[in-house]
Design a protein around this ligand. Structure first.
Ligand code: SAM
Length: 288
């Protein structure tokens, strides 16, 4: 759907794009087709799409995938979306907030590969990416379009201001690549910033096992709770099931094995060190 077709559809269904929901529709057909190519879909794939909007991306994904499950929060766009998807019986539409869906449950019953493709709403980019990574670690790829600034935070290098749990979880699962840059002119309404597409492909041997990712994510949040504090001070109140708090002696032991400085801040640890620290704490917490 190009710009003229999008405007006609909006007018026909009397839709005003809602800024607070991040409704910037992708009207550059070459970009839509490039994203769908990057996802390398096959008829065996189940695609989870977050925020289909008017269906710009969905209509491109549907003929290539075995099934598309699209989750859209805004009821106002549903009639236009239904209209655009009428000829695709492989698309299932879920009306709701993707943040409240059990994504694992959504995929249940599908025996083939699962891939996530989305042009993410900017106001929940990080939360959605964290949710997707922790609930769908078995996913074959994530191909996610987002604002350039959000992507830069997610890919922020160790030691930088932006380095944060979302990037560490991504690095713990697989390899994250910036695969496409998209100018703001490719959207209607036009946003104030440019976008990029990031693609995450999980490793066969991740740093953190799939079943541990949700807890690892919570652990990272404690580590980064107050960025200016040392890691030890952030973790001081962290209670270990079965063995109490992290004492200075225990901390010295833990930090020596990483190895790291006793006064290290969270932003200086590598994903590998975080994974090692997490599993050491789990090991210590095990009842004897
Ligand atoms: N996929 C369409 C495209 O590429 O043109 C629309 C992308 S637009 C950037 C983001 C879409 O996500 C909007 O349709 C918006 O209503 C929807 N959305 C926003 N928040 C959401 C949420 N929490 N759960 C599901 N959909 C959401």
């Amino acid at each position: 759907m190009n710009l003229a077709q999008t405007k006609a559809l909006l007018s026909r269904f009397n839709i005003q794009p809602t800024r607070s929901l991040g409704q910037n529709f992708l009207v550059d057909e070459r970009v839509v087709s490039r994203i769908s190519d990057l996802a390398e879909l096959t008829p065996e794939d189940l695609v989870i799409e977050i925020g289909p909007g008017l269906g710009h991306l969905t209509v491109e994904l549907a003929p290539k995938a075995g099934r598309v499950i699209a989750i859209e929060i805004d009821r106002h766009v549903l009639p236009a979306l239904d209209h655009n998807l009428a000829s695709f019986d492989t698309v299932l539409l879920i009306h709701g907030d993707a943040l409240n869906q059990d994504l694992k449950q959504v995929c249940q019953g599908w025996s083939g590969p699962v891939k996530v493709v989305a042009n993410l709403p900017y106001y929940v980019t990080t939360d959605l990416m964290l949710k997707i990574m922790t609930e769908l670690p078995f996913c074959q790829s994530l191909t996610l379009m987002m604002q350039k600034e959000a992507a830069e935070r997610i890919m922020a290098p160790i030691g930088s201001k932006g380095y944060s749990p979302v990037g560490i979880i991504a690095a713990s699962i697989g390899t994250l690549h910036r695969v496409l840059s998209v100018g703001r002119g490719s959207y209607f309404p036009q946003p104030h910033v440019d976008s990029v597409v990031l693609q995450l492909k999980p490793h066969p041997t991740p740093l953190v096992a799939a079943q541990d990712l949700a807890k690892f994510g919570k652990f990272l949040h404690v580590c980064f709770h107050q960025r200016r504090k040392t890691l030890y001070n952030n973790l001081a109140g962290f209670t270990l099931a079965g063995s109490g708090k992290i004492t200075p002696e225990l901390w010295t032991n833990l930090i020596e094995t990483l190895p790291a400085d006793r006064n290290v801040r969270a932003e200086s640890l590598t994903p590998t060190q975080f994974a090692k620290l997490y599993y050491s704490i789990i090991e210590i917490s095990k009842p004897v």
